[in-house]
Ligand binder design. Structure first.
Ligand code: ZN
Length: 113
């Protein structure tokens, strides 16, 4: 069973999108995401750097804040991998990315407590 690349709805085997709207939306979204990818990479890189810094100085709140920052980056810019989009569809993959971002923020807060 194939899925619409944008909304994730089940569709016939030989087509990629369930409707023309989904095709248009998908192409628009991909173009929009290309511009955001750099910002996303910066946010994640900053988070990783701060986690390492937090480990280095052995200051747990910094690690928590860094994980929270990564979570907020994912919530603000939910860029899923092409694999996830191919598997779930674009919109469901974004929802999943956002859910993981929320989880990261919660972990960050939990670490700070
Ligand atoms: Zn669709």
């Amino acid at each position: 069973m194939n899925k619409c690349l944008y909304c994730g709805k089940k569709i016939e085997k030989n087509i990629t999108y369930c409707s023309d709207e989904c095709k248009t939306e998908y192409e628009k979204s991909v173009r929009r995401d290309e511009g955001k990818a750099r910002l996303f990479a910066v946010g994640i890189a900053a988070g990783v750097f701060l986690i390492l810094a937090g480990v280095f100085v052995a200051w747990t709140p910094l690690i928590g804040a860094a994980i929270g920052l990564m979570g907020l980056t994912v919530i603000g810019l939910p860029l899923a991998t092409p694999e996830t989009i191919g598997w779930l569809g674009y919109r469901p993959a974004r929802r999943l990315a956002r859910a993981l971002g929320v989880l990261l923020v919660l972990v960050g807060i939990w670490i700070c407590l």
